[in-house]
Design a protein around this ligand. Structure first.
Ligand code: BTN
Length: 241
């Protein structure tokens, strides 16, 4: 399958995510994309603010995968993969870009892009919609917290071209997942993600787990060996490497 993207661009929005979620609730079509040149209330994971100054890329896309809520794990991985693969060709050193589970994009060890997935689950436990929000630090990044692509590319990055590159990559990996399941997504993710045995720390609810990255399982969860030698399955949580 291939999405036909319908892209609307706004000068300023509070949040492309909030706008597109409202539209999803009012039956907007799969493939709707909302982009803003700047956001006044950009939203990150864990209710954090996503600093959204003009010159960076902010957009959200709407899909309706109509699958059970419990099988959505790969979507998070494939979105990170799509963003990573779209960014890499711009970089002086493509291998300096690494995925951190589940979908943070690190450039020389610092975050240059963030992804936020929000869903509505129907009474039948199937997914009604997913709004995927993507923010890329192209020309600036919050001090200390991030890094921007602009300092690591050979030529300037056009925001709309980068958005289209990401949408094209998303299309490819999404189709692959729907056709063949997680296996190839998992393989590609492991090629681009942090290496096995990388020390990781995870905040999962109230628990803080330290260990070494081991693998990604068939649901898209992270497996790690904790410092007590136990194999642990991480289904959600904040990861530090
Ligand atoms: C993260 O915390 O890593 C996720 C950040 C997601 C930011 C993007 S920017 C476009 C979209 N609109 C928002 O308000 N948030 C997402």
């Amino acid at each position: 399958m291939s999405f036909s993207w319908a892209i609307e661009i706004h000068d300023t929005l509070e949040s492309t995510q909030a706008t597109l979620k409202d539209m999803a609730l009012k039956n907007a079509s799969e493939g709707t994309v909302v982009q803003a040149l700047q956001q006044t209330k950009g939203k990150g994971r864990y209710e954090r603010e996503w600093v959204s100054e003009e010159g960076n890329l902010f957009f959200s896309l709407l899909i309706r995968p109509s699958c059970p809520a419990h099988s959505i794990g790969p979507l998070s991985l494939l979105t990170g993969l799509a963003v990573a693969k779209a960014i890499q060709p711009y970089l002086d050193e493509p291998e300096s870009l690494v995925l951190k589970w589940p979908n943070d994009i690190l450039l020389v060890g610092k975050k240059c892009a963030g992804i936020l997935l929000e869903t509505e689950i129907g009474a039948d436990q199937n997914i009604e919609w997913v709004v995927v929000g993507i923010g890329i630090n192209v020309s600036s990044a919050p001090p200390d917290l991030g890094i921007c692509l602009g300092d690591h590319v050979q030529s300037s990055v056009d925001l709309n071209t980068l958005r289209d590159d990401i949408l094209a990559q998303f299309d490819l990996y999404y189709s692959l997942w729907r056709r063949e399941g997680i296996e190839k997504i998992r393989t590609f993710w492991l090629e681009t993600g942090h290496e096995k045995d990388t020390p990781v720390q995870v905040k999962m609810g109230d628990e803080f787990i330290e260990g070494r990255f081991f693998d990604i399982d068939k649901q898209g969860n992270m497996l790690l060996h904790d410092n007590a030698g136990q194999l642990r399955k991480i289904t959600a949580g904040e990861v530090y490497i």
